[in-house]
Design a protein around this ligand. Sequence first.
Ligand code: ADP
Ligand code: MG
Length: 619
Amino acid sequence: MTDVIHLLPDHVANQIAAGEVVQRPASVIKELLENSIDAGAGQIKVIIKEAGKTLIQVIDDGKGMSLTDARLCFERHATSKIHAAEDLFSLKTKGFRGEALASIAAIAHVELKSRQEDDEVGTCIKIEGSEVTSQEPVVTPVGTSICVKNLFYNIPARRNFLKSDSVETRHIIDEFQRVALAHPAIQFSLFHNGSEMFQLPGSNYRQRIVNIFGGKTNEKLVPVEEDTEIVKIHGFVGKPEFAKRSRGEQFFFVNDRFIKSPYLNHAVVAAFEGLLKDKAYPSYFLYLEVDPKSIDINIHPTKTEIKFDDEHALYSILRSSIKHSLGQFNVAPVLDFERDHTFDTPYELNKKEVTAPKIEVDRSFNPFKENSGGSRGSSSGYRKENTGGSWESLYSGLQQKESGASSSELQHVEFESDEVTGNLFGSSAEKETGNTTFQLNKKYIVSTLKSGILVIDQHRAHTRILYEELLKSITVTAAVSQQLLFPLMLQFNSQEMSLLKESKESLEHTGFVFSKFGKNSVEITGIPTLISESEVAILLEQLLSDLENEVPESSFSQADVLAKSLAKGMAVKSGTVLNNLEQQNILNSLFACKESTLTPYNKPVFITLTVDELDKKFM
Ligand code: ADP
Ligand code: MG
């Protein structure tokens, strides 16, 4: 028998270890930032090119490394932070495994420059795929600068696995923000492809949050403070009325380390009970300090989960301290009994002044003209220009063998062709406003079919119609826009601004005109014809949160996310009264769509009830 086991050469072992530590450029940023913090830096500058794929550089003014240390730090298990296993239980540093630099050096071209305060000159080391290629003295400021170039140059499979620049940049920004939020006293900056993305001066916790998430954040923060034997908590929660539609701004830090904890998240959400609208996520920035002995920190470097000794106690302390803060700052309702919501003014009306009802007569209405203005005007968007001939698509839409909901029934469904299709845009005004459709509960459009009835969800139908129109204007022919009398200024934080910049062109195709793209604001002089000025801010905020959540991978899916999100926001809502013409326009445009059975979110748009089914109900 021959022996088959052998030890892997160091560079292979390092590459394997690297796979665990470095998944993407953002992991390198995290490791380098943590090293700079451990080195006591007061200023840290991050420079990246092409989402970190070609260059990541982190420059700090920390304590630097000696000549030998600079050489040694790239060895595996080379660390200055622990000496014995017991040290793990009193850990005050971020790193301790001595793995990061060895791993990074195994899969990239690395250049390190470092100098300690007492040394005249520093040292510069170049290393490629774990091989030191040069080491020489260099003139360099006190501190350390590490350049990581061509990440994964020697592991093509990994390199190909990286996502688009916008996705990788987003991961980097996430890591950067987490570290910056945990260390407000340190000055951080981030530059991408030569332009400044963040410039965060050393400050306090509140100011740091505001500097990252934008000036408007300040008024939204409610401080939380609690001091117990098990845990010290400080930080902020967002006021419930500003809760986001995405989980974007939820941060837990334990002993200055960002962590994820669904369990503690639950505690926060529980504290907000009854204060949040459906599908709203509260923002929070919570800093927990616990005895290092009481947590299991010996977790994988890239993992952000953590184990606590006394989770239950932590849960209730967290929940009650947030509840207390919300109450103290007059955010929670004082009386906590069930109210009868039927007494409430409908949401959309409660800010409006009460006016006497009046009758509006639309003098320009000409039923004989296809696009004559109805009471909502053409900007309401219910009217599709190309209405002529779209009745035919009523059939084609229905005859397609859709995989979607209710497709099987559809094959047998036929419109009462004489009644419906003949008069949709026919010559008879009486018929056009006749009773072929009616609205149910301000939510559904009901129409008759030859063999039954058709019930259309008005919001979903309009979403589908707008989605297809928007997708066309983004990808094929740009839509027209309406000029604003006065430019609209909107504030966004840096991350939102970078998302907005990525989608600028597509948005312009839908009708937006951006006159200025500042650092934290945009000036808008034109908007799509389908929306009103007052809706712009909400629409864009929703769009940004959708883009954040759905991280588009390609330009097509970016257009898709955009069209979906805008369509959802622009579409006529449930609860809106539609006149007969509007109802019929929705009906027509819907069946002129490529896909009429499903919304872009794959929800059914309409249902049918056949005479047979009705008959059965009467048996
Ligand atoms: P760890 O952080 O787990 O100790 P690393 O591989 O990240 O392992 O770093 C190895 C060692 O290199 C650290 O323990 C530290 O002594 C030194 N080092 C790394 N980065 C810096 C830096 N920016 N400034 C000073 N020393 C550093
Ligand atoms: Mg480290």
